[in-house]
Design a protein around this ligand. Structure first.
Ligand code: F58
Length: 845
């Protein structure tokens, strides 16, 4: 006999860890101890820093889980349209500090942990960066998530949970890059929640069945995959600043359908028994470490399909949960393709609509185009994805058939306007016949989307007028510009608390943290001596932190006060021209060596920092790292130079290292060959922190000049329009013959072996002397002249700090809040949907 009546009703049990229940420090302490003892489990006697970090993080996770449930419930009730951002990479950086700040709980956690003998600041340092991205594209996605939550936009991020993130870099004894696996999941990552209830089967390979639909008598198709894997959801909850809205970043990991083949196991084939599991796990095992170059590997293609198939399945599931029909998809979700990596979402959605939802082609195509939009992040030809038709047909036969159908229907229209013997049709075909038959993924993304955007003004113009010119003429309203931006929460408020405090006290409000345009009010303080002194003191404070780090990590002594910190941090790439930077360092070094003691006294002391990883297969980039390290060794150990000049290569660049470097920078270098850097986003972060820019007329540098004033940026070199002519001249006359003597001399010194075995660097030198594709020779003199200008300006502190303050005052426009508002209005058609404030304690301080 049943003692208690069993009945199904809504759960009304109070959650003991509810954020609405206690965030006074005593309560936080209880929550921390609870997790320490029950989740880890440790005990109060073994209360070490790492355990404290984990336990503290779990208390944050509890809060975020609760808030995210409330958020989803509210969005569902309101049936608001949401943005779904699909990106193969997210470079999130550390989570804990960001969450504590966004939840406005810093002081309470400080107090709670102090009672246990820990400084919150040290606990933050226990966290490892999850490095699920390569560079700018992944970091941009992370900034967008912060803004979307902060401004209460209903939004989801979708990506992959790689077992191994971007490799860890160290520098070997010969100055070479050494790569080590990033085993970031060896310890628990407390901010990610495995969602065991959400497991989606994903098919590959197989065949297509053709049949006649009884109702319409039309031909229908059905794909029968021959292999399946499972997509398992892992959710990272994204808190907004000063709001209860908490969005979700859903990362898929791949599991096998069957863990172990028992038949094989029974027959003693132990290796074979696990084969299927290993194959499946492989799909989300490793992040491909290339930036701005495609990895044409089958496994990479599988990753891309796995990501979009799981994501679309999830979006449609959530649509149907709201009891809405498939016709409402474009009003339910705006799906943004972050570059071409998720482009297979287009044929995948079409397949679902045609083969599973039984829509007509016209209906399905209309829904598809209205759902998707595509962002391009690069114009480098080696980064534009093209996949062999053969590979697609084998892995995804139905999708290949659909791509051919899309192409056929699209080209029917093009043929009508093609007056030139099929030339235009050939150029615009989604399928290219070159060394192989290839699908042009960018073309497919353009045709299948309603909007296509570039990431800075100049970049969008290049897309419209050069790279996608024919498409722009055909679809004139499809192309829009949305210049990138960065989140001021992480990139000023959190990473530079002193500057944040000074700005807040000066403006008598912290409104700037979520509306960065308020920074313009700093203009009136730019020439104020007292304010300049405070501003400069904060820079010095941040430089001292970096100075200490360099001593601790590299055991190198560098100066700080009156020494200019000149920093270039980004992936190592020929177009980013770290090589030009190090050649200029060699030049500066020999200039000093020629000086007498009197002249030396007048030299502006400088430390040149470079950090960044090279793709493991990119041998030229690896040579550049090696050269930098050889040059650094010679200069730093030359007693004639002393502390006048140092060159420091900082290994293992990461988001966390950037948070240390950016606030400590006097001048940062963004010196790409014009037309090559789509936008750049670190340039924005430096300006925000009062760093000045030494840069070319490229990417977002141009917009920084517009907004902060041309006179506050150290710009040099030619425009992107002039580049082809210079390149052509290099080809015709030979770059060596056009190279300035100063640079010829430097190459000569390298050839003499001053910086190690010349054979090592032969390839780099030959490129510069031969074609010099990135026009280093052409730009070298303007570059070193502008560097001189930087150094002489630094000797005039009033002028320098005025430029620095004005730069920051003009950077309101560089906030990702502005960027997302543009996406929301121009592309997605979504609106903020703030949760009503209930008993929440989360008020802005
Ligand atoms: C970067 N691209 C651009 N790609 O180079 C940079 O100018 C821009 O600011 C940034 O995007 C954001 O728009 C970039 O980071 C990648 O790393 C890809 C990752 C996946 C493989 C291909 C390159």
């Amino acid at each position: 006999k049943q003692k208690y009546k069993i009945e199904k009703k809504p759960l009304l049990v109070e959650n003991l860890l509810s954020p609405y229940l206690g965030s006074d420090f005593k309560n936080l302490q209880k929550q921390i101890v609870y997790h320490l003892e029950h989740t880890l489990p440790r005990n109060t006697k073994t209360f070490e820093s790492f355990g404290t970090y984990l336990a503290t993080s779990y208390t944050i996770r509890d809060r975020l889980l609760q808030l995210s449930h409330d958020t989803q419930k509210y969005y569902n009730e309101k049936k608001v349209k949401q943005a779904c951002y699909i990106s193969i990479e997210y470079l999130m950086g550390r989570f804990l500090r960001n969450a504590v700040l966004n939840l406005n709980l810093e002081e309470k956690y400080e107090q709670a942990l102090a009672g246990f003998g820990y400084a919150l600041e040290d606990i933050y340092d226990e966290e490892q960066d999850p490095a699920l991205g390569n560079g700018g594209l992944g970091r941009l996605a992370a900034c967008f998530l912060d803004t979307l939550a902060t401004h209460n936009y209903p939004a989801w991020g979708y990506g992959l949970r790689y077992n191994y993130g971007l490799f860890r870099q160290s520098i070997g004894s010969e100055g070479e890059q050494v790569e080590k696996t990033d085993v970031w999941l060896q310890f628990p990552y407390p901010f990610m929640v495995e969602n065991h209830f959400l497991r989606i089967p994903i098919g590959f390979y197989g065949s297509i069945e053709t049949y006649v639909d009884e109702k319409t008598k039309g031909t229908r198709f059905k794909w029968h995959p021959s292999e399946y894997v499972i997509a398992q959801a892992n959710d990272i909850l994204i808190p907004g600043y000063g709001t209860d809205n908490t969005n979700t970043l859903r990362l898929w990991s791949c599991r096998p359908i069957e863990e172990l083949d028992f038949d094989k196991f029974s027959l003693g084939d132990f290796k074979g028994a696990s084969e299927k599991r290993l194959d499946a796990e492989n799909i989300t095992n490793v992040l491909y470490p290339n930036d701005n170059e495609v990895a044409g590997k089958e496994l990479r293609f599988k990753q891309q399909y796995f990501l979009v198939a799981a994501t679309l399945h999830d979006i449609i599931r959530r649509l149907k949960e709201q009891k809405r029909t498939i016709y409402e998809l474009p009003d339910f979700a705006a799906v943004q393709l972050n570059d071409t990596h998720p482009t297979l979402a287009i044929p995948e959605l079409l397949r679902i609509l045609l083969d599973e939802e039984m829509l007509t082609w016209d209906e399905a195509w209309d829904i598809t185009q209205r759902t998707f939009s595509y962002t391009n992040h690069t114009i480098l030809p080696e980064a534009l994805e093209r996949w062999p038709v053969k590979l697609i047909s084998h892995l995804l036969p139905r999708h290949m058939q659909l791509i051919e159908a899309i192409n056929w229907k699209f080209l029917e229209k093009i043929r009508k306007i093609d007056k030139n013997n099929g030339e235009l049709t050939k150029k615009m075909s989604l399928i290219e016949n070159s060394w192989d038959t290839l699908v042009r993924m960018a073309w497919l993304a353009i045709v299948g989307s309603h909007k296509v955007n570039g990431v800075s003004g100049i970049h969008t113009n290049i897309l419209k007028n050069i790279v996608f010119q024919d498409f722009h003429s055909f679809y004139p309203n499809k192309f829009v510009n949305v210049t990138n931006g960065v989140t001021p929460r992480r990139w000023l408020h959190a990473c530079n608390p002193q500057l944040s405090e000074l700005i807040t006290s000066t403006l008598k409000s912290n409104d700037w943290i979520y509306d960065l345009s308020h920074l313009s009010k700093l203009r009136e303080y730019a020439g104020n001596e007292d304010f300049q002194l405070k501003w400069a003191a904060i820079k010095l404070f941040n430089k001292k932190k970096l100075q200490k780090y360099v001593k601790k990590e590299l055991n190198i002594e560098i100066g700080c006060k009156d020494v200019i910190y000149d920093i270039q941090i980004k992936r190592i790439h020929e177009y980013k021209r770290q090589l030009m930077n190090v050649l200029a360092s060699i030049h500066f070094y020999f200039q000093i060596k020629k000086m007498n003691e009197e002249e030396k006294k007048k030299v502006q002391r400088r430390v040149s920092f470079i950090a960044g990883k090279a793709a493991p297969g990119y041998l030229v980039a690896k040579k550049i790292i090696k050269l930098i390290n050889h040059v650094s060794k010679v200069i730093n150990n030359d007693p004639e130079i002393g502390d006048l000049f140092k060159v420091i290569y900082l290994p293992n660049y990461s988001v966390t290292l950037a948070e240390l470097l950016i606030p400590a920078t006097d001048v940062s270098e963004h010196i790409s060959t014009p037309g090559c850097e789509a936008s750049g986003t670190s340039n924005m972060k430096f300006v925000l922190n009062g760093g000045l820019i030494l840069g070319t007329l490229d990417g977002a540098n141009l917009e920084i000049m517009e907004n902060s004033g041309e006179e506050n940026v150290f710009a040099f070199g030619i425009t992107s329009k002039e580049v082809p002519e210079v390149k052509q001249r290099n080809i015709e006359q030979g770059a060596w013959n056009l190279m300035p003597e100063e640079l010829q001399e430097i190459l000569g010194i390298i050839e003499e072996g001053k910086f190690g075995e010349v054979d090592e660097f032969r390839g780099l030198l030959e490129e510069l002397k031969g074609v010099d594709r990135y026009i280093t020779g052409h730009d070298f003199i303007p570059y070193i002249k502008e560097l001189d200008n930087v150094m002489s300006t630094y000797q005039n502190p009033q002028k320098w700090w005025k430029m620095s303050i004005l730069g920051c005052a003009g950077s309101g426009w560089l906030s990702s809040d502005r960027t997302i508002k543009e996406y929301a209005e121009k592309i997605w058609g979504i609106k903020p949907c703030p949760l009503p404030k209930i008993e929440s304690e989360k008020e802005l301080g």
